[in-house]
Design a protein around this ligand. Structure first.
Ligand code: FAD
Length: 281
């Protein structure tokens, strides 16, 4: 079991990870499968202390050099669920489960809104994890709503199991080539069904399916951690960045505005110190 689990690979996550390392705590750091888009896409950053007029790509390189120098390790997985086990937390990432005494949420703010019906059919036809749930759909017809190229190997895996895989990429140049993969354009407006999911609806049309996999890099914190208090899309925290759940802390954009690199990095630091104080009680 780890002392600290850090979820999120942006500035808040990097800062939390280096501070956990420096404070000699055992930690696991889930970064998601892709580099942090809100860092690498920034053209010019003028307000990050000590690094004036730096591009997002160069800031990211500086973060990478820093963790390399300290020997900080990443786990490039997306966490799909955090469960309270009475004094510790279980974290689900892919088909692996991890345990930690404290959790620091550094997930950023959600930009992709959930599809209408996504929450309703979660576990009843909607899944977030190909390796965990793919086997349930052997020989069946499924859809995959894919938000990032990094997940394409999961679609290829699903193609080895399912009869038909309707692929709905939210980006250009999807590279999935399997014979039973059918590409679709457009964005679903709704998931519908009865006891279980039955259809994916588009503005002009629908797909009849037994299940749909939604493969994205982030989830709203309230969906990730049951019982977490949020307000206006942010996690409610106090000055120590503690949430309403014992041992769960939040840092960066997910904990509130302003959305800034320096605030996120600073809060990653505070959250680790608060977690360490909590652990020593
Ligand atoms: C184009 C652009 C330019 C900007 N310019 C500036 C600027 O000049 N100055 C400034 O101060 N700020 C700027 N910002 C804002 C800044 O990018 C954000 O405030 C900052 O990146 C927030 O850091 P964060 O660590 O809180 O979250 P993010 O950077 O959003 O990182 C969160 C990371 O966690 C990952 N994640 C989420 N959920 C999970 C999960 N369940 N499991 C694993 N990983 C997960 C996400 O994929 C993401 O990589 C800019 C933003 C954009 C988009």
């Amino acid at each position: 079991m780890y002392d600290i689990a850090i979820i999120g690979g942006g500035p808040a996550g990097y800062s939390a990870a280096i501070n956990a390392k420096i404070l000699n705590r055992s930690y696991i750091w889930f970064t998601g499968k892709t580099p942090p888009k809100k860092v690498i896409k920034a053209e010019l950053i003028r307000n990050y202390l000590g690094l004036s007029d730096i591009s997002g790509e160069n800031l990211f390189s500086a973060f990478e050099s820093h963790i390399a120098a300290l020997g900080v390790e990443k786990t490039p997985e997306v966490v799909t669920g955090v469960y309270d086990l009475d004094g510790k937390y279980a974290l689900l990432a892919g088909k692996n489960e991890y345990e930690a005494r404290t959790v620091i949420l550094c997930t950023g703010v959600e930009t992709a809104r959930p599809i209408d019906g996504e929450d309703e059919f979660l576990g009843r036809g909607v899944s977030y994890c190909a390796t965990c749930d793919g086997n349930f759909y052997r020989g069946k017809d499924i859809a995959v709503l894919c938000y990032d190229k990094a997940f394409e190997h999961e679609i290829e895996y699903l193609c080895t199991l399912a009869h038909t895989v309707h692929v709905i990429p939210t980006y250009k140049d999807c590279g999935v080539k399997a014979a039973n993969a059918h590409m679709h354009e457009g964005y679903p407006v709704k998931f519908t069904g009865g006891m279980r999911l039955e259809k994916v609806l588009f503005k002009n049309g629908e797909l009849a399916v037994d299940g749909v996999f939604v493969l994205r890099n982030s989830f709203s914190p309230a969906k990730l951690v049951h019982g977490l208090k949020t307000e206006g899309g942010h996690i409610v925290v106090n000055r120590a960045l503690a949430t309403n759940l014992d041992g769960v802390f939040a840092a960066g954009d997910c904990a509130g505005r302003p959305y800034q690199y320096a605030k996120s990095a600073g809060e990653g630091n505070i959250a680790v110190h608060s977690a360490v104080e909590y652990l020593s009680k």
